[in-house]
Design a protein. Structure first.
Length: 382
């Protein structure tokens, strides 16, 4: 099993040596470490060339600035390995990552064409700023739906992918910005491939002011573009081809109707759905009903639904935030403050709740509802 690491780098002088060093120190040696300098104007190239003098398996490729996807594709096209490990120039990985991935794939021969691990977000100093992000295996079309509903892979960084699959898919789509990795995973899954997950925190994703993914609004726009790219028709067909109950399939489809802003259709279909409190989808069912109630101006109905969610799961962050907004708009400010604080207690770094808490102390507050349920651990954007 021959593995090539691919690192796209643009003005990465601050962290590139740490990133490369985390690969040099792997317990299982990589065939090559390819750094694609994407038109840097700082000392990135100088640092890489200095490392090349000591480590012969480091390869430096240079190109005019074209973006991370184009840089990854350049690395892919020049790689000699039959598997590609992607790593961003400001991220790092544990010394046993390659060894662990190799063992995982050997134990599951021919089952997976890609593998990723649990991850930790770290700050500029390398200190953890989040809990562990734990994903799960993603299988074909079911994985496609799961990926669209709530992307469990927070970064391509630290992921290992079979080169033949990358070649077959022509790598990353360079026309898509900010969510090009999500687009890649979606295409891979829709084609019937499987992605494996290793339950060890082997990837360290650095968050700092220069992160491209820190542009939250751009990321949201990118997600919308992905929905439009695949289309509601393909999404619907994929949902109903799964072997789930009709109520579960309806509920997932309602989520997408809402994202496509087809509210009347969502409300009509939701009326046919019945999910009991013993079902692990019950909270999601109530949450979607509350969103529809908000959209049609039934605020008391929405409030009752959020209370029911909190009774069912008192750590449901999005429900706590949203009922806080309803309290605030009804001038129940202390209840609102308590709800926002609880949401932040359970989900440190929760942007909507932090913003809403600050708005309570302004003269003309504008509050934010959260329209999706939260991950167990939240991404940090600084």
């Amino acid at each position: 099993m021959k593995i090539s690491a691919v690192i796209p780098a643009y003005n990465a002088e601050e962290y590139i040596e740490k990133s490369i060093s985390s690969l040099i120190l792997q317990s299982q040696t990589l065939h090559e470490i390819i750094i694609i300098d994407d038109g840097s104007s700082d000392d990135t190239v100088k640092i890489v060339k200095a490392l090349q003098r000591t480590y012969e398996h480091i390869v430096l490729l240079q190109q005019a600035n074209q973006g991370a996807s184009a840089a990854r594709n350049t690395g892919l096209n020049n790689a000699q390995g039959d598997w590609i490990l992607f790593l961003d120039a400001d991220d790092e990985c544990a010394p046993t990552l390659i060894e662990t991935y190799t063992r995982f794939l050997q134990e599951n021969p021919a089952r997976y064409c890609a593998v990723y691990s649990q991850a930790l977000q770290v700050d500029e100093r390398g200190e953890a700023i989040s809990g562990i992000f734990s994903g799960y295996d993603l299988h074909g079309q079911e994985g496609f739906v799961q990926m669209l509903l709530r992307n469990p892979i927070i970064s391509p960084s630290g992921s290992l992918v079979k080169k033949a699959i990358l070649d077959e898919m022509n790598g990353f789509d360079t026309s898509i910005k900010y969510v090009e990795d999500v687009d890649f995973w979606l295409r891979l899954l829709l084609n019937g491939n499987n992605i494996g997950h290793v339950c060890e925190p082997l990837s360290f994703i650095r968050r700092h002011s220069s992160n491209t993914t820190a542009n939250i609004e751009s990321t949201r726009q990118g997600e919308k573009r992905l929905l439009d790219k695949f289309g509601l028709g393909v999404i619907k067909e994929t949902i109903y081809e799964r072997g789930y109950t009709i109520d579960h399939n309806h509920l997932d489809y309602v989520n997408f109707l809402i994202r496509f802003e087809k509210w009347p259709e969502a409300e009509q279909l939701l009326e046919t759905v019945q999910i009991e409190a013993s079902d692990d989808k019950y909270g999601s069912y109530l949450f979607v009903k509350a969103l529809v109630a908000l959209q049609v101006g039934k605020y008391e109905v929405a409030k009752d639904l959020y209370l029911a969610i909190i009774k069912w799961n008192n750590t449901h962050g999005a429900a706590l935030n949203n009922i806080g907004v309803l309290y605030a708009e009804n001038n129940e400010l202390e209840k609102a403050r308590e709800s926002f604080k609880l949401a932040l207690q359970y989900y440190p770094g929760y942007l909507d709740a932090a913003y809403n808490l600050e708005q309570l102390d302004t003269e003309t507050p504008i509050f934010r509802f959260t329209k999706r349920e939260l991950r167990k651990s939240l991404l940090r954007y600084s």
